[in-house]
Design a protein around this ligand. Structure first.
Ligand SMILES: [Zn+2]
Ligand SMILES: [Zn+2]
Length: 447
């Protein structure tokens, strides 16, 4: 007999920011929403590159990769999950797809597919990020996907990476909403509005919501960030070093606008250039062209380039859009140089002039793609006399906006994930109609 039950089990994203792995079961159908890497858990045991997990066995032993039957490619038993849906391309939501059985279909937005494919082209595959052989099934807003008796409606949301989605999942016991990561203060707040509206219209029985920003909240938006960046760049005499997340296209656009306004070029890394080239084909997105006169591709000093790097350099060299550190060093007041902390060796040949500065434009101490070693960063900045500005706006909803969105959705039950402050969240939301459940990892919650 088919049981008419619906349940949620959280294998990640519990008492931590990221690592979301949420299993929804409806009768005999089992679907995962996100399958991310947990930066926080990993950090408890590992310190790459010298201490890195060697195999999935280590990850499972330490509880970094949860024990789930019929899901992993190293598990010989038949698949017990019907599909995985990705909300967006950040690694804390997508990286552990690496371990998923390849016969389990993976659904994601078209832009997310582009981002993950570009990322796997430019990164050497390793144990924890190896998605090059996955055939993603792509969707866009408005599409409805049927997995047995389940109907899943993706809807765009605004987040710090393009192509982010929330979901309305129609189960045999009513609609379940999953927000993924979202905000209403980015470049496209109207997308989040659409999602909240859709969620509300579905009269959900439950909502699984991110609750990242319960402390350290601020009121700002991407437009304000651009204004602040402009203020700094306009007054800097030397080079402006800019650290922002590789896939944060909104931030890249803000830096690009500011560069243009101040007669500078935005010099991006080869990796970023490769992604931009891929995203240019996406009609829904606005990204600068690499042959634009306010854009440059920064060629790091190294002896050997990968094939994709040499090809990219070749494509833009004739248009004079490629520069190395020596050229950048000669025209410091003409450049905003996108750097990652791992590129800091370039500061030695660059020799930043007085009046140069560094802008950290991602969340600290980590963004959703990498961790920043803050102490060492400051040592480098101090050595070269580079003041550090922090100009950033979060990719996540602020508490009062989140509350308003949840009130509007009106779900009977609320499950906070992707947060270290679930208790605070529950107390802050206690006057909402829906009951907040403080989630325990790997426990099944019947709806
Ligand atoms: Zn996240
Ligand atoms: Zn995210």
């Amino acid at each position: 007999m088919v049981k008419n039950t619906t349940s949620l089990t959280f294998y990640g994203g519990v008492d931590e920011i990221g690592g979301n792995k949420i299993l929804l079961q409806d009768r005999e159908t089992r679907v995962f929403f996100d399958f991310g890497m947990s930066f926080a858990l990993k950090k408890q045991f590992y310190s790459p590159p010298f201490l890195s997990p060697k195999s999935e066995k280590s990850l499972q032993e330490l509880g970094i990769l949860p024990q789930i039957k019929g899901v992993y490619k190293f598990d010989p038993s038949p698949p017990e999950v019907d599909a995985v849906f990705l909300s967006h391309g950040h690694l804390d939501h997508s990286a552990y797809l690496s371990f998923i059985k390849r016969e389990i279909p993976v659904y994601c937005g078209e832009t997310t597919r582009t981002i993950l494919q570009a990322l796997s082209d430019v990164r050497r595959a390793d144990l924890e990020f190896n998605v090059g052989d996955i055939e993603f099934k792509a969707f866009r807003t408005g599409k409805k996907i049927k997995i047995d008796g389940l109907e899943i409606e993706p809807c765009h949301v605004d987040h710090s990476v393009p192509g982010a989605y929330g979901f309305v999942i129609h189960t045999s016991n009513g609609a379940v909403v999953y927000t993924g990561d979202f905000r209403d203060h980015g470049a496209k707040p109207e997308m989040t509005r659409d999602f909240v509206e859709n969620a509300k219209n579905a009269e959900p029985v439950a909502v699984v919501t991110e609750a990242t920003n319960m402390t350290g909240a601020s009121v700002s938006n991407e437009a304000e960030v651009e204004g602040k960046l402009d203020e700094i760049v306009a007054r800097a005499d030397g080079v402006v070093l800019a650290e922002f997340a590789y896939s944060d296209v909104d931030r890249l656009n803000s830096f690009y606008h500011v560069a243009k306004k101040n007669n500078r070029c935005l010099a991006v890394s080869l990796k970023q250039a490769y992604l931009l080239e891929a995203l240019r084909k996406d009609k829904g997105l606005k990204v600068p062209a690499l042959d634009d006169e306010a854009m440059l591709i920064f060629r790091k000093s190294k002896k050997r380039f990968d094939k994709w790097e040499s090809q990219l350099i070749e494509r833009y060299e004739c248009a004079n859009r490629v520069c190395d550190v020596f050229e950048a060093s000669k025209q410091q007041c003409k450049v905003i140089l996108a750097v990652s902390f791992y590129d800091f060796e370039e500061l030695v040949p660059l020799q930043p002039e007085p009046g140069s500065c560094y802008i950290l434009s991602s969340s600290e101490p980590f963004n959703e793609e990498m961790e920043i070693d803050y102490e060492r960063l400051i040592n480098w900045l101090s050595h070269y006399g580079l003041p550090e500005y922090h100009v950033h706006v979060s990719g996540h909803m602020m508490p009062l906006s989140l509350k308003a969105a949840l009130r509007e959705m009106g779900a009977k039950r609320i499950f906070p994930v992707h947060t270290e402050s679930a208790g605070l969240f529950a107390r802050f939301m206690r006057d909402l109609k829906g009951n907040v459940t403080l989630v325990e990892k790997s426990r099944e919650y019947k709806l």
